[in-house]
Design a protein around this ligand. Sequence first.
Ligand code: IPE
Ligand code: IPE
Ligand code: MG
Length: 248
Amino acid sequence: MVKTETAALPRHIAIIMDGNGRWAKRRLLPRQAGHRAGLTAARRIIESCVRLHISALTLFAFSSENWQRPQWEVGNLMGLLMKALEDEVRELHANNVRLRFIGALDAFSPDLRHGMHRAAELTALNAGLALNIAASYGGRWDIVQAAHKLAAAAVSGHIRPDEIDEVCLSQALVLPELPDPDLFIRTGGEQRISNFLLWNLAYTELYFTDSLWPDFDEPALQTALDWYAVRQRRFGRTPEQVKEEAGA
Ligand code: IPE
Ligand code: IPE
Ligand code: MG
């Protein structure tokens, strides 16, 4: 069971759920079985975040680069996404979760887009965990779509080019109202960002674990939270400055 009194709890957690394929391979199962087990792990971690009163959780479910996987695997993943939309949304809504999908959603089938839209609409007014599922998402895509919005606003005279600053640009990204992630977790042993939230992760604490995503459970989450709780977040200042401010 996850403890509820962690010293410093992250407001926003972002997770690259990696390692489903290797988890399946070790068990001589098809990759699809790994993705199914990955969905169970995601459900478990969402429940833990709800219990812990984490404000926001962003899960990387499918990257812009994942479209390049073999067609059968992409098809399996789409099927799983559809099934998750059918099976999970009611429960998430009952738990006061606000669900949203972020990414180049036009790439999905009309059925999937409809399901995503309906889930977001149903849960839009929920005040509990803000759950963002990054699907067909790429950090570079996000920055480019923000640039498009700002360029269009400049052309139509709503903003002068020299008024464009970091605040404007972050407002044009797909998660405008959430604080940047405090804690990033990547399972599966790779130590890379793989085109996840490039802009938003500028000052996030990065936690990597060898644990494969289907094995990532509450104690594993607690280990990450304990690691986070003892980080000193300096944002460019000296350790002494940070201590003084914390004591003040
Ligand atoms: C992550 O697991 C899930 C997706 C990218 C959709 P992988 O499928 O990448 O698993 P590994 O990295 O091959 O083990
Ligand atoms: C990152 O995992 C994307 C998701 C977990 C959805 P990948 O397995 O696609 O990442 P790379 O290609 O190994 O960096
Ligand atoms: Mg992988």
